[in-house]
Design a protein. Structure first.
Length: 275
């Protein structure tokens, strides 16, 4: 979570690295490419098309090195849906930091977005969302946690109960790499929320690259067991020095969503993902 600093619109923004713009480009590309499908859910009696952002932040950021101001994920997503003439019928935003969420809501309201704030962290928010989402609606969730410990699988479990839902998820490769030894040693670790039960299936006597791969494969099996499928197309987001930061991938039931993501991600990750 970045530091809050003065914004260019009179409201605080979050300082982020330049790499943050990469995920928003892919997010908006997916919203653009899926516009025709989303349009089928718009209009009276058609269930609606919602956008869900469980880690919305303040809705605007400043790039740390350049000083450039950019939209946050929820604002960028809303603007893209409007640009494609298929605006989301509801925009649900949540963040464990209520102040940041309030800033995002203010920015969205100024743009005319049908924004609804959901109180609490990702897990609490998804429980509250369950009663507010139409079972017949088309839902698109962006899960962009600040770190792996915040990526609680139970939030995905709650959302997966809806028939028509796609989830674009951010998985911290840096946390898998940098904190692997610590997570192995601790009785309770970040991995326990990300992939509950991992200790029962992962051989900890392997080298670290093999353990990382096994934890991630186990996570994918847990997602698949929910009836949704992680995409084979993972976009690797890197830092300014080329360091591996995180992956973006799609979890969805329907093949068409995966075909859309293949186009939106626009690249294949080369080499060993877990080295």
């Amino acid at each position: 979570m970045g530091q809050l600093v003065d914004g260019d619109d009179g409201i605080p923004v979050e300082e982020v690295g330049k790499w943050a713009t990469g995920k928003h480009i892919s997010l908006c590309r997916y919203i653009d490419i899926s516009r025709a499908v989303r349009g089928k859910w718009l209009g009276p009696g058609k269930g609606g098309a919602t956008y869900i952002d469980l880690f919305c932040g303040p809705g605007r950021s400043r790039i740390r090195r350049t000083g450039e101001y950019v939209d946050g994920s929820c604002v960028a997503a809303w603007k893209e849906s409007v640009r494609t003439n298929t605006p989301f019928t509801q925009v649900f935003i949540a963040d464990a930091d209520g102040q940041r969420r309030a800033y995002a809501a203010h920015r969205l309201k100024k743009l005319g977005a049908p924004v609804i704030e959901i109180d609490g962290d990702a897990v609490a928010a998804t429980r509250r969302l369950s009663d507010r989402l139409s079972p017949q609606g088309l839902h698109f969730a962006f899960l962009d946690p600040y770190n792996l410990a915040a990526f609680d699988l139970s939030a995905v479990e709650q959302l997966s109960r809806f028939r028509y839902i796609d989830m674009l998820v951010h998985i911290s490769k840096m946390d898998l790499q940098r904190n692997l030894g610590l997570n192995i040693r601790l009785q309770q670790s970040a991995f326990d929320k990300f992939a509950p039960g991992w200790r029962d299936v992962v051989d900890l006597h392997q080298n670290h690259a093999a353990i990382r791969r096994a934890v991630f494969d186990y996570w994918k099996s847990k997602i698949t067991a929910l009836g949704i499928y992680p995409s084979v197309d993972m976009e690797l987001i890197t830092g300014e020095q080329g360091q591996h930061l995180y992956w973006l991938t799609l979890a969805a039931r329907h093949d068409l969503a995966h075909r859309f993501w293949k186009i939106a991600s626009n690249k294949q990750v080369q080499g060993d993902l877990f080295g």
